[in-house]
Design a protein around this ligand. Structure first.
Ligand SMILES: Cc1cc2nc3c(=O)[nH]c(=O)nc-3n(C[C@H](O)[C@H](O)[C@H](O)COP(=O)(O)OP(=O)(O)OC[C@H]3O[C@@H](n4cnc5c(N)ncnc54)[C@H](O)[C@@H]3O)c2cc1C
Length: 121
């Protein structure tokens, strides 16, 4: 069975998983995330969640009854991909076969620095 591994279990990773299923991918779908939580909406973290308007359950990005048929490997970091063996290595020593690989790891918040004159990344 063909396997699709998505590294990054947040908005982009979830969107990629949905798109793959919507477009007819029927193989093994594995979503790897170093965050222990299922995908959640980040913008309200610094707004409604901080002010107490939202609870943790209000932040979920998954839709009730959504059938992604995915394996979630959470709380573990993907550390490398070997294009010959097509294996993604995880920080805990496991490997996952990836016939197809999506890297959806976002960007670190401190990767860009702005000044009045310019932004460098
Ligand atoms: C507090 C806060 C407030 C924000 N407010 C706004 C806003 O008001 N408006 C706006 O437009 N945007 C806002 N953003 C940004 C918005 O949340 C991001 O644009 C969005 O989350 C990007 O989604 P993403 O899936 O691309 O990346 P991310 O949400 O960054 O997800 C990437 C995921 O990949 C995981 N990951 C990274 N490396 C690995 C690895 N090697 N192995 C496994 N997993 C890995 C990370 O842990 C993370 O869970 C805010 C973000 C934060 C944190």
């Amino acid at each position: 069975m063909e396997s699709l591994v998505i590294v990054g279990a947040s908005l982009a990773g979830l969107s990629a998983a949905r798109a793959a299923r919507r477009q007819g991918f029927t193989g093994r779908l594995v979503i790897v995330g170093d965050d222990p939580e299922r995908p959640y909406d980040r913008p309200p973290l610094s707004k409604e969640f901080l002010s107490g308007q939202f609870q943790a359950a209000d932040l979920t990005l998954e839709i009730d009854g959504e059938q992604l048929d995915a394996e979630w490997l959470l709380g573990v970091r993907a550390v490398s991909f070997d294009p010959v063996s097509r294996e993604v290595a995880l920080a805990d020593g496991r490997t996952v076969r990836a016939d197809l690989l999506v890297i959806a790891t976002g960007a670190p918040h401190d990767s860009c620095r702005s000044s009045r004159a310019s932004t460098t990344c």
